[in-house]
Design a protein around this ligand. Sequence first.
Ligand code: SF4
Length: 444
Amino acid sequence: MNSGLRATVVGRQVFTAAVRTQDREETWNRLCYPHGMSSLPNVPETGSLLAPPAPGTPLFRLVWNQERILLHRGRDEMCAFDLAGRPVSWVRHGVVHRRGLDGSVLELVRAPGREGWEQGVRRLAPEEQASQLGHVRVLLEEGWRLLGHPEPLRRAVELDPNQDAARFKSIWRPIMILPPDQYRSLVLQLTEGCSYNRCSFCTFYKERPYRVLSREEFTRHVEEALAFMGAGLSWRRGVFLADANAASLPDAHLLAALGWLHRRLEAPRPADPVFQPGHLSGFSSFLDTFSTLRRTLEVWRELAGLGLDSLHLGIETGSDRVLRVLRKPGSAAQAEELVGLLKAAGIRVGVIVMTGVGGPALAEEHVEKTAELLNRLPLDAGDRISLSEFEPDPRSPYVLEGMADLLDRRACREQSRDLRSRLRFRAHPQGPVVSHYDVRQFVY
Ligand code: SF4
């Protein structure tokens, strides 16, 4: 870090004097990107501002770096914005809210439950979202006034979050789910829906026919996505190719798409305010375990050479009997073979399993066979095992057809613990990350 470029400014007078002598946009760029754009991804340059204390007025503090802008009001309220000015999360009276680019808002509350502290998650209704955005607006306007109209807040003040969310929805189909380590990716929809779409437990794409975007459509989607993200792109790391199974496209199509995308994202773009070569390197995607069985190691290596960095496999279980309950094709043996191929090609692997599936009747077999399968996989540093507790969707065939009795959250949690205790990997960072994957907390 170049300490000479540290842009900490304290006090209204100092900051406004700086603004008067500079073009506003220039000042903003200098404060946020003091090393120039090219160093953006690696330089955590920060700045901060304090409102002059005044009797009866809560203390306002603004802190920013190259990824986020944080506005604090007293000790108990805080709102985070991305550099495009979008409110992304806020804390108020101990309750955390997270807002997606599509405008949806999650409420996260930790409360004592039967098993100690538990995370409550609620997706707010439209009128509740509007009310929350109203609180954010009040906080923002008060901070803007008391801090003397600081440039880092200008985009947030000028942004209409509802219009912004509408624009997002005109570029992306709803993003239904991402792997737990991909929430910060730039999602690009190379395909729509799922090429299989018949798993008994999954309703994500029931209303979305599978479709592969043409080259022209995908090119336009990428350009629109980059333009939409604007300065907010600085928060993103890597690219996630959606929807489900984009990596199962025919070899020639996938190679061509990744080749083009690799060149597009690596090319210097002086016209883009934030985007620089390497910022978004590393492609990721979901992949089923049954549709790429004929893809050779050479092709996987070629894809890795074009930037395919990690693939996320919903293997769900190591029991073939439970797989059949889930109506998911393939087998534990095929999953094992695929993971071996990906690792040999230098592609990192995220494995997702669901606890609770198969119900009480298959519970022991599910845990035993899944632990056996996972322990056979050549996973190491950089890989991930995600344990997801089954959230049955009442509209799914799994529930409607009564394919297995449902286990409650507590039983799923116990299965997760049991499964975890049977894993025999080296501890992270030498071994894979083993984490809880709470799909209720997903918002993009
Ligand atoms: S679980 Fe995956 S493969 Fe199965 S229908 Fe859903 S998206 Fe498709």
